[in-house]
Design a protein around this ligand. Structure first.
Ligand code: HEM
Length: 405
């Protein structure tokens, strides 16, 4: 992709001075001691070890052994047709992998089907907000997390962001599906596959000439990203005054707690309540966020892709997407991501979006919704549909290489 002038300026100027590595060391330097208590976790107890130095003791050796033995292509072939939560694992998997997967696919003892079903209903009724917040909002946040931006950039998927986003959206849609954790759903399958992808990345990335620093995707990194999904979405919906019943709020947290467990986050770090989640988010997010050259480039690619999905014509769509990204992620993150300010669209979205929410929630009549809100609504729908379709064409599989160039 052609580097835009803006991006060149950003990467060679103010941000270039930071450089990816110094951004990383700043992040490390600013991290305070881990004080979040395991009493606030779903486990209710734990050693309270700093999750920066904990990875995935069960999945990591298995993925490393698969890669070292050259088993991954065959494993990916066998797992291609493993699609449903209740489906037996395919025959022929290496024994260490099979043993791991049989354990990893079990729902935790604290999983509550009633809450999972309620969460599915909530995900359906609030689908538009959640897809926008998790897809576009979460996307913009993730590129402003230096360790995540660098991991994504220098891993295989960094060279093909369309495929990468399509694959990531598979899990997003799986969590939001009505049958997410039902026998014929696929959330367990995709979470376990993702856990293996992350374990493979921990083995592969340290071999990249571009990678300097600790093994990627620590438990803390997982928590940081997790908070950019449910915690961020819940905070935003509350900010937008979306009416949410207490049981819906508890259920929505629960489906993400179960997903965190299946992704390999240890129970002693998974927040038990929204109060615990908010406290943990406030502890882990700020010191782990900031600008990188790679994050700016990834943001630009993501916003270009988003603009291409909306059939509004290029003149409208990229500025609209910039404004949408800024509105969802907030000014601080948008500035770190190098999202340009849009003098027309930024204020338009700020006024139009809250009225659209009020209309959708039955709080105001249609004539009070400004015209521009429908353009945003339509753009959001097209974006969601596009990734829903793209996600159907591909599957999550274990990488064997880093970014090739
Ligand atoms: C892959 C989701 C945390 C870096 C994936 C995939 C999904 C996913 C669904 C598979 C898609 C693919 O293969 O491209 C999540 C979720 C997370 C999380 C839900 C937390 C709740 C993280 C963190 C990092 C990270 C914290 C880095 C700091 C990566 C990388 C890949 C990946 C590098 C593989 C890219 C590739 O080789 O193509 N993640 N992720 N993820 N994730 Fe995560």
């Amino acid at each position: 992709m052609e580097l835009s002038r803006r991006k060149m300026l950003l990467s060679s100027g103010a941000l270039g001075a930071f450089g990816a590595l110094s951004a990383m060391s700043q992040v490390q330097a600013r991290v305070a001691d881990w004080t979040w208590a395991p009493s606030g976790s779903v486990a209710g107890t734990g050693a309270g070890v700093d999750p920066r130095w904990v990875w995935d003791a069960e999945a990591d050796p298995v993925a490393a052994a698969l890669l070292d033995r050259g088993d991954v292509p065959e494993v990916n072939r066998l797992l291609w047709d493993w699609n449903h939560n209740d489906q037996p694992l395919p025959a022929g998997l290496p024994t260490d992998l099979r043993d791991f997967m049989e354990r990893a696919r079990q729902l935790p003892s604290w999983a509550d089907q009633g809450k999972l079903n309620a969460a599915a209903e909530f995900n359906k009724s609030r689908g538009l907000y959640l897809n926008l917040l998790n897809g576009i909002g979460g996307g913009m946040l993730s590129t402003a997390i230096p360790k995540e931006a660098l991991s994504v950039y220098y891993s295989k998927g960094g060279a093909d962001m369309e495929d990468r986003v399509a694959k990531t959206s598979i899990l997003g849609f799986a969590v939001g599906a009505l049958d997410a954790y039902q026998p014929k759903g696929n959330c367990v399958v995709n979470a376990v596959k993702t856990r293996l992808v992350h374990a493979a990345v921990r083995h592969l990335l340290p071999q990249s000439p571009h990678w300097k620093g600790a093994v990627p995707i620590s438990q803390e990194d997982m928590l940081v990203t997790w908070h950019t999904l449910p915690t961020f979405a819940m905070r935003k919906m509350l900010e937008w005054k979306v009416p949410i019943k207490p049981a819906e709020s508890v259920a929505y947290l629960h489906v993400w707690q179960v997903t965190a467990h299946l992704l390999g986050i240890r129970d002693e770090y998974i927040p038990a309540t929204w109060a615990d989640a908010n406290a943990q988010s406030d502890q882990v997010l700020p010191p782990n966020m900031g600008p990188t050259r790679e994050g700016v480039e990834l943001t630009d690619i993501l916003l270009d892709q988003l603009a291409e999905q909306t059939s509004l014509g290029t003149k409208i769509s990229r500025p609209l997407c910039n404004a949408l990204g800024r509105y969802l992620a907030g000014d601080q993150v948008a500035d770190w991501d190098g999202i340009p300010r849009e003098p027309v669209w930024d204020p338009a979205i700020k006024t139009a979006w809250p009225t659209l929410v009020k209309f959708r929630e039955g709080l105001i009549p249609k004539p009070l919704v400004p015209e521009v809100a429908w353009v945003i609504d339509e753009a959001a729908r097209q974006y969601i549909l596009f990734y829903l379709t793209k996600g159907k064409e591909t599957k999550i599989d274990i990488p064997t290489i880093n970014r090739p160039s």
